[in-house]
Write a protein that binds this ligand. Sequence first.
Ligand SMILES: Cc1ncc(C[n+]2csc(CCOP(=O)(O)OP(=O)(O)O)c2C)c(N)n1
Length: 300
Amino acid sequence: MVKTTVPREEYMMQGHVACQGCGATIAMRYVLKALGPKTIVSIPACCWAVIPGIWPQATLKTPLLYTAFEVTGAALSGMEAALKTKGLEDEITVLGFAGDGGTADIGIQALSGMAERGTNAIYVMYDNEAYMNTGIQRSGSTPYGAWTTTTPVGKKHEWKTEFKKSVAEIMVAHEIPYVATATVAYPEDLVAKLKKAKSIKGPKFIQIFSPCPTGWKHPPEISVEVSRKAVASRMFPLYEVEYGKYRITQRPKQIPVGEYLKLQGRFRYLPDDEIDIMQKHVDRRWELLLKKEQFTQENL
Ligand SMILES: Cc1ncc(C[n+]2csc(CCOP(=O)(O)OP(=O)(O)O)c2C)c(N)n1
């Protein structure tokens, strides 16, 4: 039997209504395995507002608070305040679970406020790199070169021409105790980061890269492979920043960005010179990450 540090207990039951191969669904399953049953989840408008299904058949075993699209951060502060009045703040984990649109774009001010207020909660941004629930519109977290319904490519080749916004780095700039990136291809790494986040008091932010077969145009059965190749190509490096100290947590053998892109229909039209632009950008960002790791390890 394969040994794993991922807990066997399940807090996400069968009967969810996600698409096949949905990375965000695998992400929630691992997150709750790490955090355990004494967790309250707050979810804004996003795919995950639909995925659990309708009470009493809802797929999560934990309590759930649905909120408006832009307010996850504020909701977490409110939930923390309510738990404090009941004297339960050390017993129960407050978890936000929001998409990249609801975090990188419309929810960023609520998230920033929650971080600045020092709310004791974990904010997970599940990153499927577009507004998927409303039909694959581009977000600030959509990567350069991607097709979406608002960057429709077609004859004019109008793919996304802005680079992906790094919400993890925005949160590092808030100087909160813990920021990390994770993905579903590395469950042990993901679970370890959530457990660490749970053990630290104050605001924690974790960005989970979550492939979306429907929006990225890849077969559902390769979601984990896509996720793994995102890390190997360094399109989505896995690292954590604990009290300002960077640590890269996975260093698989590097593969060219093109090997990751070719798995997905959303990059189908990209010519080689555009892939070169992406490769250079990825290499630059990786160099920067290495320097941040070295500097903070040596000086903090
Ligand atoms: C203020 C507001 N604007 C727009 C919407 C419509 N809306 C609901 S979900 C959604 C997309 C959410 O995208 P994201 O946060 O990336 O999560 P995903 O759907 O990808 O899971 C939008 C635009 C809304 N509910 N509220």
